[in-house]
Design a protein around this ligand. Structure first.
Ligand code: HMG
Length: 385
């Protein structure tokens, strides 16, 4: 049975900060961010947005009424959860009015969560072939004002409908994974921002890639030429570029390299404008590649997933005939229609805390738009439907 991605959607906040403005405000050479990290913009959320609102909007972009009736499982990967007990997937289930006879759960392992969710989805469909599973990766990356990772912040959500006989890509059964217990990036419950060993995290990312890649090739008896394109977890585009260079053999001839490089550049195109969206970053890279790259049905795409802590996984997918038909062609308009913030506005909006009174109530004073946070009443989050 072929199981894979039938449709893929994306949502992001409609406000952004130009990374050069941030550099100037912090007294840093803008080239460090634009050339050193390859970042150009970052998405900025406001109080009425969270991983539920972003996830619901990403899913709404792709789901029909019929899909909502057929979905019997929602798995959401995140590391910016809104509740220690209730899964964000349950809120989204309610907002989207999904079939009640569904399972809804949240998965966590830093930026790796949604990759595990995909595997969960595939196994579910293997035992229930007519199931539709909604996989969502939703995160808001905040490092804090003036923090080392500030220029790599971002926010967004990717939603994927997983089913048998998918119209976009078939998930191949070739996953190779690795765990290394390390403290490169982590966020204890008492801290709003992560603790990061920046340099160490970049080394671990590459070390895990090297180990997983070698084993992946060996376990599956594959070589690089078996894949037409690569997608990497993108904490910032330059990190993915370093990963890409690590696996491209130096001996590969320039002509052969050219196509890989072109497709790689297409895979980082959206992330340059969005920033790190943690568990969704790999799949935003995939969406960017699919909507802008030069690929055809039958091509294999290899994906590297990395979550600090650390867990990594390499797996692949094969594009299906007419896959372009289920993709949007006009997404660039969404980027162009966002509002550009200045640094003062960004600092006010992004780091504004919701003030909850003694009874557990908060007025969000949002814009009332569909799928935004409306209020908190007796500690309960209530969303605009
Ligand atoms: P830093 O100290 O700000 O920057 O840390 P740097 O000094 O390392 O410089 C960065 C690059 O800019 C270097 O290029 C410089 O040469 C260059 P490289 O040598 O790497 O190719 N540069 C310049 N280029 C042009 N003109 C200039 C200039 N100045 C410098 N004037 C760091 C950078 C990424 C460490 C920091 O931003 C950080 O801590 N980020 C957060 C952590 C992170 O993203 N780690 C990535 C791996 S871990 C991961 O992927 C998991 C994660 O997504 C979380 C999860 O799993 O949940 C983060």
């Amino acid at each position: 049975m072929n199981i894979g991605i039938d449709k893929i959607g994306f949502s992001m906040p409609n406000r952004y900060l130009d990374i050069k403005d941030l550099a100037v405000a912090r007294g840093i050479d803008p080239d460090k961010f634009t050339k050193g990290l390859l970042q150009s913009e970052m998405c900025v959320t406001s109080k009425e947005e969270d991983i539920v609102t972003l996830g619901a909007r990403a899913a709404e972009e792709i789901l029909t009424k019929e899909d909502k009736e057929k979905i019997d499982m929602i798995v959401l990967g995140t590391e910016t959860g809104i509740d220690q007990s209730k899964a964000a997937a349950v809120f989204i289930h309610g907002l989207l009015k999904i079939n009640p006879y569904a399972r809804s759960v949240e998965i966590k392992e830093a930026c790796y969560g949604a990759t595990a969710a995909l595997e969960f989805a595939r196994n579910h469909i293997l035992s229930k072939p007519n199931s539709y599973v909604l996989v969502i990766a939703s995160d808001i990356a905040k490092y804090g004002i003036g923090a080392g990772g500030e220029s790599t912040q971002g926010a967004g959500s990717v939603a994927m409908l997983i089913k048998k006989d998918p119209r976009l890509s078939i998930l191949n059964i070739d996953n190779t994974y690795l765990t290394q217990d390390a403290m490169d990036f982590f966020r204890p419950n008492y801290s709003p921002y992560p603790f990061v060993e920046g340099k160490f995290s970049t080394e671990l990312y590459l070390n895990c890639l090297e180990l997983t890649w070698k084993r992946f090739l060996k376990e599956n008896n594959k070589k690089i030429q078996d894949f037409s394109a690569f997608c990497f977890h993108i904490p910032y585009p330059k990190m993915a570029l370093k990963g890409f260079k690590k696996i491209l053999p130096e001996t590969m001839d320039e002509k052969e390299k050219e196509n890989y490089i072109n497709n790689f550049e297409k895979s980082i195109f959206y992330s340059k404008k969005v920033g790190n969206i943690y568990t969704g970053s790999l799949f935003l890279g995939l969406l960017s590649l699919l909507e802008n790259g030069n690929l055809k049905a039958g091509d294999n795409i290899c994906l590297y997933s990395y979550g600090s802590g650390a867990v990594s996984e390499i797996f692949s997918m094969t594009l299906v005939e007419n896959y372009k038909k289920v993709l949007r062609k006009d997404r660039i308009n969404d980027f162009n229609n966002r509002t550009r913030l200045n640094v003062k506005e960004y600092e006010k909006i992004f780091f504004e805390k919701i003030k909850i009174d003694n009874e557990g109530n908060a007025n969000i004073e949002g814009n009332g738009e569909k799928f935004t946070l409306k209020e908190i009443s007796s500690h309960k989050r209530i969303y605009n439907q």
